[in-house]
Design a protein around this ligand. Structure first.
Ligand SMILES: Cc1cc2nc3c(=O)[nH]c(=O)nc-3n(C[C@H](O)[C@H](O)[C@H](O)COP(=O)(O)O)c2cc1C
Ligand SMILES: [Fe+2]
Ligand SMILES: [Fe+2]
Length: 407
């Protein structure tokens, strides 16, 4: 765990978590940080706890002592969000100290009670404040459904620091550089990619609420954004706000100028057409990614689809339906409410077909509203004329996605 000073009386504690499935699902290849913040006036508040998964909150207490904060002196536990990655240590804290007050929204209060049996809670509403003394005044600003219904921002008025919890967060472990102005260009890119992965895995379903939360942050004249996961933005908080606005656009059909081929093939018939489509993309100079299902992790799959302006779905018929790993992937993308993508499908069948019907069902069930070029299906191996139809489809997709590209 690392300890960092953000401003006088404001500290960050951060630890890298690796080798876990985030939320029990997402294989986060590059880890994630859990960040916690301490604000000290005459009274002391801790905003979100960093421990919950490893069952060693003593590490947190030791680190608090090292920055001169006696854990027993903590008066307020501010729970921006009840998800246990931020709050899992409350019960343990109760064992060493009994007279602290939990501060959270009404929706969080209900969960803090049901998950941890806590009842010493002060419920806050939009604009409520807490004066810690020595000029440190916190205000509270609910941002519901980012990522749970209970979530809020905490804002420190003196330094204009926004403790944004899951909002403006990213996956990715942090080395020595935890502030935006310290990041190398490679690290900036790393956290953008990991930010997209985080957005797609954790936030995409809540895009309408994320957009409202961005607007709320803009009303607060923020100087520093201190999220619950990922780097702190003290030089240019506008950068992560702009990034999040763009990620929200990605979830609504925009994307980077690249195509992702989401594909699977049993005996290589569809794969022949995939290779042909690749040769067209190369010829046309279009950047593309390939996701072979089911080999790709779900985390990487959702992230890559989210950021792409064009999607090629290449999959055969299997037992009268779409090849299952590709159907599963599309269902997951649909559940994440990634809508409006420009897309094109092709695939092989043996006798009846059926993949196309299931694709339509998946799109309809999840209200994905993807804009598809007419699909190309071929019996067995693709013939010359099938490949020509694939080429025409790829060219039409390149054309269609142009209006969806954002930098
Ligand atoms: C387990 C299995 C189930 C299949 N089910 C169907 C089917 O219901 N309808 C159909 O038209 N073809 C079906 N096929 C045939 C495949 O769609 C066909 O072999 C196709 O060429 C496979 O393309 P691929 O080599 O890209 O996987 C099935 C093939 C397999 C192996
Ligand atoms: Fe969360
Ligand atoms: Fe979180």
């Amino acid at each position: 765990m690392k300890k960092l000073k953000i401003a006088d009386g404001i500290y960050m504690l951060t630890m890298n978590v690796e080798d876990v499935l985030f939320e029990g699902i997402w294989e986060i290849a590059n880890g994630v940080t859990l960040n916690s913040y301490i604000v000290q006036g005459d009274k002391t508040a801790i905003i979100d706890g960093v421990i919950g998964w490893d069952g060693v909150p003593e590490t947190l207490y030791k680190n608090l002592e090292e920055i001169g904060v006696d854990p027993k002196s903590i008066d307020y536990l501010i729970v921006n969000h009840m998800e246990p990655d931020h709050s899992g240590w409350i019960s343990n804290f109760r064992k060493i100290k009994d007279d602290f007050t939990i501060i959270c929204t009404d929706k969080a209060a209900k969960m803090v009670a049901s998950f941890y049996g806590e009842d010493k809670i002060r419920v806050v509403k939009e604009g409520d404040t807490l004066d810690l003394g020595k000029g440190k005044i916190l205000s509270f600003h609910p941002v519901p459904n980012v990522h749970w219904p209970d979530t809020m921002y905490t804002f420190e008025k003196d330094t204009k620091t926004l403790f944004s919890c899951d909002m403006f967060g990213a996956f990715g472990r942090m080395g020595d550089h935890c502030f935006d102005d310290e990041l190398t260009p490679d690290e900036v890119e790393f956290f953008e990619i990991e930010g997209i992965r985080y957005y797609s895995n954790v936030m995409a379903t809540f895009t309408p609420s994320v957009k409202k939360a961005i607007e709320k942050a803009k009303t607060l004249e923020v100087k520093t954004i201190a999220p619950g996961h990922g780097p702190v933005y003290r030089k240019n908080p506008g950068k992560i706000m702009d990034d999040y606005s763009r990620f929200a656009q990605y979830a609504e059909g925009a994307g980077k100028n690249e195509i992702t081929i989401l594909w699977g093939s049993m005996y290589g018939m569809t794969e022949k057409a995939v290779k042909y489509a690749e040769s067209i993309l190369k010829r046309e100079g279009v950047k593309y990614n390939k996701l072979k299902m089911p080999l790709e992790s779900e985390s990487e799959m959702v992230a890559t689809i989210l950021r792409s302006a064009g999607i090629i779905v290449a999959a055969p018929t299997y037992e009268y339906k779409l090849f299952p790993p590709v159907a599963t992937a599309l269902n997951e993308v649909g559940r994440k409410k990634i809508t409006g993508k420009a897309a094109f499908r092709f695939g092989s069948y043996g006798w009846s077909g059926g993949a196309e019907k299931e694709l339509a069902e998946i799109l309809e069930r999840n209200k994905m509203n993807w804009d598809f070029i007419e699909s190309v299906e071929f019996e067995g191996a693709p013939r010359e004329e099938d490949l020509k139809r694939v080429e025409a489809g790829v060219l039409a997709l390149i054309e269609k996605m142009k209006s969806k590209v954002v930098a």
